[in-house]
Write a new protein. Structure first.
Lengths: 155, 116, 94
Protein backbone atom coordinates (compact mmCIF):
# COMPACT_ATOMS: atom_id res chain seq x y z
CA UNK A 1 0.00 0.00 0.00
CA UNK A 2 1.57 3.25 -1.12
CA UNK A 3 0.97 6.72 0.17
CA UNK A 4 0.06 9.54 -2.26
CA UNK A 5 2.70 11.54 -4.09
CA UNK A 6 2.35 14.55 -1.80
CA UNK A 7 3.16 12.52 1.31
CA UNK A 8 6.14 10.81 -0.31
CA UNK A 9 7.62 14.05 -1.61
CA UNK A 10 7.10 15.83 1.70
CA UNK A 11 8.80 13.07 3.68
CA UNK A 12 11.74 12.87 1.29
CA UNK A 13 12.27 16.63 1.55
CA UNK A 14 11.87 16.77 5.33
CA UNK A 15 14.29 13.93 6.14
CA UNK A 16 17.58 15.95 5.85
CA UNK A 17 16.25 18.63 8.20
CA UNK A 18 15.30 16.04 10.82
CA UNK A 19 18.76 14.49 10.45
CA UNK A 20 20.53 17.83 10.97
CA UNK A 21 18.36 18.68 13.97
CA UNK A 22 19.08 15.31 15.59
CA UNK A 23 22.82 15.62 15.01
CA UNK A 24 22.73 19.12 16.54
CA UNK A 25 21.09 17.72 19.67
CA UNK A 26 23.71 14.94 19.91
CA UNK A 27 26.74 17.13 19.33
CA UNK A 28 25.79 19.99 21.67
CA UNK A 29 24.90 17.67 24.54
CA UNK A 30 27.24 19.37 26.97
CA UNK A 31 25.91 22.90 26.35
CA UNK A 32 22.14 22.63 25.84
CA UNK A 33 19.52 20.12 26.99
CA UNK A 34 19.93 16.89 25.07
CA UNK A 35 22.66 14.34 24.68
CA UNK A 36 23.20 10.98 23.09
CA UNK A 37 19.95 9.17 23.86
CA UNK A 38 17.61 12.01 22.98
CA UNK A 39 19.37 12.87 19.70
CA UNK A 40 19.56 9.23 18.64
CA UNK A 41 15.82 8.85 19.16
CA UNK A 42 15.13 11.95 17.01
CA UNK A 43 17.25 10.61 14.12
CA UNK A 44 15.59 7.18 14.32
CA UNK A 45 12.21 8.92 14.12
CA UNK A 46 13.35 10.53 10.86
CA UNK A 47 14.26 7.13 9.42
CA UNK A 48 10.84 5.77 10.45
CA UNK A 49 9.20 8.71 8.65
CA UNK A 50 10.91 7.70 5.39
CA UNK A 51 9.95 4.04 5.88
CA UNK A 52 6.30 4.83 6.58
CA UNK A 53 5.87 7.29 3.69
CA UNK A 54 7.37 5.03 1.04
CA UNK A 55 6.06 1.52 1.49
CA UNK A 56 8.26 -1.11 3.11
CA UNK A 57 8.85 -3.03 -0.13
CA UNK A 58 10.36 0.03 -1.80
CA UNK A 59 12.72 0.73 1.10
CA UNK A 60 13.95 -2.81 1.67
CA UNK A 61 16.55 -2.63 -1.10
CA UNK A 62 18.26 0.46 0.28
CA UNK A 63 18.01 0.11 4.06
CA UNK A 64 19.36 -3.30 5.00
CA UNK A 65 19.36 -4.68 8.51
CA UNK A 66 23.01 -5.75 8.40
CA UNK A 67 24.34 -2.19 8.07
CA UNK A 68 22.40 -0.96 11.09
CA UNK A 69 23.37 -3.98 13.20
CA UNK A 70 27.03 -3.20 12.48
CA UNK A 71 26.43 0.46 13.30
CA UNK A 72 24.95 -0.39 16.68
CA UNK A 73 27.88 -2.65 17.58
CA UNK A 74 30.39 0.01 16.51
CA UNK A 75 28.67 2.56 18.76
CA UNK A 76 28.82 0.36 21.86
CA UNK A 77 32.44 -0.66 21.21
CA UNK A 78 33.44 3.00 20.77
CA UNK A 79 31.80 3.86 24.09
CA UNK A 80 33.63 1.10 26.00
CA UNK A 81 36.91 1.70 24.15
CA UNK A 82 37.05 5.40 24.97
CA UNK A 83 36.39 4.61 28.63
CA UNK A 84 39.08 1.90 28.66
CA UNK A 85 41.78 4.13 27.17
CA UNK A 86 42.07 5.79 30.56
CA UNK A 87 43.35 2.52 32.06
CA UNK A 88 46.38 2.53 29.75
CA UNK A 89 47.29 5.98 31.07
CA UNK A 90 47.33 4.80 34.66
CA UNK A 91 44.03 6.45 35.67
CA UNK A 92 40.80 4.81 36.92
CA UNK A 93 38.22 3.41 34.51
CA UNK A 94 35.99 6.14 32.96
CA UNK A 95 38.23 8.98 34.14
CA UNK A 96 37.73 12.20 32.18
CA UNK A 97 41.36 12.74 31.15
CA UNK A 98 40.67 15.29 28.40
CA UNK A 99 38.90 17.92 30.54
CA UNK A 100 40.90 21.05 31.54
CA UNK A 101 43.95 19.66 29.73
CA UNK A 102 44.44 21.74 26.57
CA UNK A 103 44.09 18.85 24.10
CA UNK A 104 41.17 18.18 21.70
CA UNK A 105 38.19 19.12 23.90
CA UNK A 106 40.08 20.60 26.77
CA UNK A 107 39.24 24.26 27.43
CA UNK A 108 38.74 25.34 31.02
CA UNK A 109 35.50 27.01 32.09
CA UNK A 110 35.12 29.34 35.13
CA UNK A 111 32.08 29.20 37.39
CA UNK A 112 29.01 31.17 36.34
CA UNK A 113 26.68 31.65 33.37
CA UNK A 114 28.46 32.02 30.02
CA UNK A 115 27.57 31.68 26.36
CA UNK A 116 28.91 28.18 25.83
CA UNK A 117 31.98 27.08 23.89
CA UNK A 118 32.01 23.86 21.86
CA UNK A 119 35.62 23.13 22.71
CA UNK A 120 35.00 22.22 26.35
CA UNK A 121 34.02 19.16 28.42
CA UNK A 122 36.66 16.58 27.63
CA UNK A 123 35.47 13.05 26.99
CA UNK A 124 31.74 13.89 27.14
CA UNK A 125 31.13 14.88 23.45
CA UNK A 126 32.89 11.71 22.25
CA UNK A 127 30.69 9.59 24.50
CA UNK A 128 27.62 11.48 23.28
CA UNK A 129 28.47 10.69 19.66
CA UNK A 130 29.07 6.99 20.47
CA UNK A 131 25.74 6.64 22.31
CA UNK A 132 23.95 8.54 19.52
CA UNK A 133 25.28 6.12 16.90
CA UNK A 134 24.25 3.17 19.04
CA UNK A 135 20.69 4.35 19.67
CA UNK A 136 20.22 5.28 15.98
CA UNK A 137 21.24 1.81 14.84
CA UNK A 138 19.33 0.02 17.59
CA UNK A 139 15.95 1.67 17.07
CA UNK A 140 16.17 1.25 13.28
CA UNK A 141 16.92 -2.47 13.69
CA UNK A 142 13.83 -2.81 15.91
CA UNK A 143 11.58 -1.14 13.31
CA UNK A 144 12.97 -3.10 10.35
CA UNK A 145 12.73 -6.43 12.20
CA UNK A 146 9.12 -5.90 13.23
CA UNK A 147 8.11 -4.85 9.71
CA UNK A 148 9.79 -7.84 8.09
CA UNK A 149 8.00 -10.22 10.43
CA UNK A 150 4.54 -9.43 9.08
CA UNK A 151 3.48 -11.34 6.00
CA UNK A 152 1.77 -9.10 3.51
CA UNK A 153 -1.26 -10.21 1.55
CA UNK A 154 -1.04 -8.59 -1.87
CA UNK A 155 -4.04 -6.30 -1.99
CA UNK B 1 -4.94 25.79 49.66
CA UNK B 2 -3.06 22.72 50.63
CA UNK B 3 -4.32 20.69 47.67
CA UNK B 4 -2.97 23.01 44.95
CA UNK B 5 0.58 22.57 46.09
CA UNK B 6 0.51 18.81 45.61
CA UNK B 7 -1.16 18.60 42.17
CA UNK B 8 1.80 16.69 40.58
CA UNK B 9 1.52 13.96 43.21
CA UNK B 10 -2.25 13.62 42.71
CA UNK B 11 -1.70 13.25 38.96
CA UNK B 12 0.90 10.55 39.64
CA UNK B 13 -1.51 8.59 41.87
CA UNK B 14 -4.27 8.84 39.24
CA UNK B 15 -1.97 7.64 36.44
CA UNK B 16 -0.65 4.76 38.55
CA UNK B 17 -4.12 3.53 39.47
CA UNK B 18 -5.31 3.80 35.84
CA UNK B 19 -2.25 1.88 34.62
CA UNK B 20 -2.58 -0.88 37.20
CA UNK B 21 -6.32 -1.26 36.63
CA UNK B 22 -5.81 -1.57 32.87
CA UNK B 23 -3.04 -4.13 33.28
CA UNK B 24 -5.07 -6.25 35.68
CA UNK B 25 -8.60 -6.15 34.32
CA UNK B 26 -8.42 -6.13 30.54
CA UNK B 27 -8.37 -9.19 28.29
CA UNK B 28 -6.75 -7.90 25.11
CA UNK B 29 -2.97 -8.35 25.12
CA UNK B 30 -2.21 -4.94 23.57
CA UNK B 31 -4.30 -3.16 26.20
CA UNK B 32 -2.41 -4.93 28.98
CA UNK B 33 0.89 -3.72 27.51
CA UNK B 34 -0.48 -0.19 27.27
CA UNK B 35 -1.34 -0.33 30.98
CA UNK B 36 2.22 -1.33 31.81
CA UNK B 37 3.53 1.60 29.75
CA UNK B 38 1.22 4.07 31.52
CA UNK B 39 2.45 2.84 34.91
CA UNK B 40 6.08 3.31 33.84
CA UNK B 41 5.29 6.88 32.78
CA UNK B 42 3.77 7.57 36.20
CA UNK B 43 6.92 6.34 37.95
CA UNK B 44 9.18 8.46 35.72
CA UNK B 45 7.09 11.54 36.50
CA UNK B 46 7.37 10.77 40.22
CA UNK B 47 11.16 10.59 40.01
CA UNK B 48 11.49 13.96 38.24
CA UNK B 49 9.02 15.78 40.49
CA UNK B 50 10.92 14.79 43.64
CA UNK B 51 13.78 17.15 42.84
CA UNK B 52 11.96 20.43 42.36
CA UNK B 53 12.82 23.59 44.27
CA UNK B 54 10.53 26.59 44.38
CA UNK B 55 11.60 29.41 42.07
CA UNK B 56 14.65 27.65 40.59
CA UNK B 57 15.70 27.15 36.97
CA UNK B 58 17.06 24.18 35.00
CA UNK B 59 20.63 23.07 35.89
CA UNK B 60 22.29 24.43 32.74
CA UNK B 61 24.85 27.23 32.83
CA UNK B 62 24.51 28.37 29.18
CA UNK B 63 22.79 31.80 29.38
CA UNK B 64 21.32 30.94 32.78
CA UNK B 65 19.08 33.62 34.37
CA UNK B 66 20.19 32.73 37.91
CA UNK B 67 22.42 30.24 39.69
CA UNK B 68 19.76 28.73 41.93
CA UNK B 69 18.99 25.42 40.31
CA UNK B 70 16.79 22.37 40.56
CA UNK B 71 18.29 19.05 41.71
CA UNK B 72 20.12 17.34 38.86
CA UNK B 73 20.45 13.70 39.95
CA UNK B 74 16.77 12.56 39.64
CA UNK B 75 16.78 13.70 36.01
CA UNK B 76 19.78 11.48 35.28
CA UNK B 77 18.08 8.45 36.89
CA UNK B 78 14.87 9.11 34.93
CA UNK B 79 16.85 9.07 31.66
CA UNK B 80 18.05 5.54 32.40
CA UNK B 81 14.55 4.45 33.38
CA UNK B 82 13.02 5.72 30.14
CA UNK B 83 15.56 3.87 27.98
CA UNK B 84 14.97 0.62 29.87
CA UNK B 85 11.22 1.12 29.37
CA UNK B 86 11.78 1.43 25.61
CA UNK B 87 13.70 -1.87 25.49
CA UNK B 88 11.02 -3.64 27.56
CA UNK B 89 8.16 -2.31 25.39
CA UNK B 90 9.94 -3.37 22.19
CA UNK B 91 10.32 -6.95 23.44
CA UNK B 92 6.71 -7.10 24.69
CA UNK B 93 5.30 -5.94 21.37
CA UNK B 94 7.46 -8.44 19.45
CA UNK B 95 5.97 -11.20 21.59
CA UNK B 96 2.47 -9.89 20.83
CA UNK B 97 3.15 -10.05 17.06
CA UNK B 98 4.45 -13.62 17.34
CA UNK B 99 1.47 -14.74 19.45
CA UNK B 100 -0.90 -13.26 16.87
CA UNK B 101 0.86 -15.11 14.07
CA UNK B 102 0.75 -18.41 15.95
CA UNK B 103 -2.75 -18.41 17.48
CA UNK B 104 -4.70 -16.07 15.20
CA UNK B 105 -6.05 -14.04 18.15
CA UNK B 106 -4.76 -11.81 20.96
CA UNK B 107 -7.49 -12.61 23.45
CA UNK B 108 -5.96 -14.00 26.62
CA UNK B 109 -9.00 -16.15 27.34
CA UNK B 110 -8.24 -18.17 24.22
CA UNK B 111 -4.46 -18.49 24.56
CA UNK B 112 -4.60 -21.22 27.13
CA UNK B 113 -2.21 -24.01 26.29
CA UNK B 114 1.02 -24.59 24.43
CA UNK B 115 -0.06 -25.37 20.91
CA UNK B 116 1.43 -28.58 19.66
CA UNK C 1 -19.64 -10.88 44.05
CA UNK C 2 -16.26 -11.07 42.35
CA UNK C 3 -16.64 -7.54 40.95
CA UNK C 4 -17.12 -6.12 44.44
CA UNK C 5 -13.97 -7.79 45.73
CA UNK C 6 -11.93 -6.47 42.79
CA UNK C 7 -13.35 -2.95 43.23
CA UNK C 8 -12.62 -3.03 46.96
CA UNK C 9 -9.02 -4.10 46.31
CA UNK C 10 -8.50 -1.19 43.92
CA UNK C 11 -10.02 1.29 46.37
CA UNK C 12 -7.63 0.07 49.08
CA UNK C 13 -4.71 0.36 46.62
CA UNK C 14 -5.64 3.93 45.65
CA UNK C 15 -6.03 4.91 49.30
CA UNK C 16 -2.62 3.51 50.19
CA UNK C 17 -1.03 5.27 47.20
CA UNK C 18 -2.56 8.53 48.44
CA UNK C 19 -0.12 8.53 51.34
CA UNK C 20 2.50 9.95 48.93
CA UNK C 21 1.04 13.47 48.55
CA UNK C 22 0.45 13.66 52.26
CA UNK C 23 3.96 12.71 53.39
CA UNK C 24 6.10 14.50 50.76
CA UNK C 25 6.14 18.25 50.35
CA UNK C 26 6.43 19.53 46.81
CA UNK C 27 9.06 22.19 46.21
CA UNK C 28 11.43 21.72 49.13
CA UNK C 29 13.46 18.50 49.04
CA UNK C 30 15.06 17.33 52.25
CA UNK C 31 18.49 15.78 51.57
CA UNK C 32 20.31 17.83 48.93
CA UNK C 33 23.97 17.67 49.98
CA UNK C 34 25.21 15.63 47.00
CA UNK C 35 23.34 17.76 44.46
CA UNK C 36 24.65 20.99 46.00
CA UNK C 37 28.17 19.63 45.48
CA UNK C 38 27.39 18.72 41.85
CA UNK C 39 25.95 22.15 41.04
CA UNK C 40 28.75 24.06 42.76
CA UNK C 41 31.80 22.13 41.53
CA UNK C 42 30.50 20.33 38.42
CA UNK C 43 31.21 23.13 35.98
CA UNK C 44 34.81 23.64 37.13
CA UNK C 45 35.76 19.95 37.40
CA UNK C 46 34.20 18.61 34.19
CA UNK C 47 34.17 21.88 32.12
CA UNK C 48 30.62 21.14 30.88
CA UNK C 49 27.79 23.68 31.03
CA UNK C 50 25.10 21.02 31.34
CA UNK C 51 25.10 19.58 34.87
CA UNK C 52 22.71 16.73 34.00
CA UNK C 53 25.00 15.52 31.18
CA UNK C 54 28.04 15.68 33.44
CA UNK C 55 26.19 13.63 36.06
CA UNK C 56 25.05 11.05 33.47
CA UNK C 57 28.38 10.64 31.68
CA UNK C 58 31.04 11.63 34.21
CA UNK C 59 30.01 11.27 37.84
CA UNK C 60 27.62 8.33 37.22
CA UNK C 61 29.11 6.97 34.00
CA UNK C 62 28.95 3.34 35.11
CA UNK C 63 25.15 3.40 35.19
CA UNK C 64 25.13 4.71 31.61
CA UNK C 65 27.36 1.80 30.58
CA UNK C 66 24.86 -0.65 32.09
CA UNK C 67 21.97 1.10 30.38
CA UNK C 68 23.66 0.93 26.96
CA UNK C 69 24.23 -2.79 27.41
CA UNK C 70 20.54 -3.28 28.37
CA UNK C 71 19.43 -1.46 25.20
CA UNK C 72 21.83 -3.55 23.13
CA UNK C 73 20.49 -6.80 24.63
CA UNK C 74 16.91 -5.69 23.96
CA UNK C 75 17.69 -5.07 20.28
CA UNK C 76 19.48 -8.45 20.03
CA UNK C 77 16.37 -10.12 21.50
CA UNK C 78 14.04 -8.46 18.98
CA UNK C 79 16.34 -9.42 16.10
CA UNK C 80 16.38 -12.99 17.38
CA UNK C 81 12.59 -13.32 17.54
CA UNK C 82 12.09 -12.36 13.89
CA UNK C 83 14.68 -14.65 12.41
CA UNK C 84 14.26 -16.26 9.00
CA UNK C 85 15.37 -19.86 8.76
CA UNK C 86 18.43 -20.49 6.62
CA UNK C 87 18.26 -23.23 4.03
CA UNK C 88 19.16 -26.67 5.39
CA UNK C 89 17.30 -26.10 8.65
CA UNK C 90 13.82 -27.11 9.57
CA UNK C 91 11.68 -26.06 12.47
CA UNK C 92 13.39 -27.03 15.71
CA UNK C 93 11.22 -29.54 17.50
CA UNK C 94 11.24 -30.61 21.13
Amino acid sequence: MKMSKIVRTGANILYPFVLIFGLYIVLHGHLTPGGGFQGGAVIATGVVLVIVANSYEAVTGMLQKVVFKAQESIGLLLFIGVAAIAITLGLPFFYNFLANSGSIFGLSVPFGPNHGDLNTAGLIPIMNIAVGIEVWGGLTVIILSMLSGLDRKEA
Amino acid sequence: MLVFGTIPYLVIVALAVIGLATAALKRNLIKIFLGITIFESAINLFLVSLGYRDGAVAPIFTDAPSTEMVMATPQALTLTSIVIGVATTALLLSFAVLIWKHYGTVDTDKIRRLKE
Amino acid sequence: MRRYIVAAIFVILAASLLSIPISFSFGSPIATDMDDYFIEYGQVQTAANNIVTSVVFDYRGFDTLGESVVLFCGVVGVGLLFRRLMEGEEYEDE
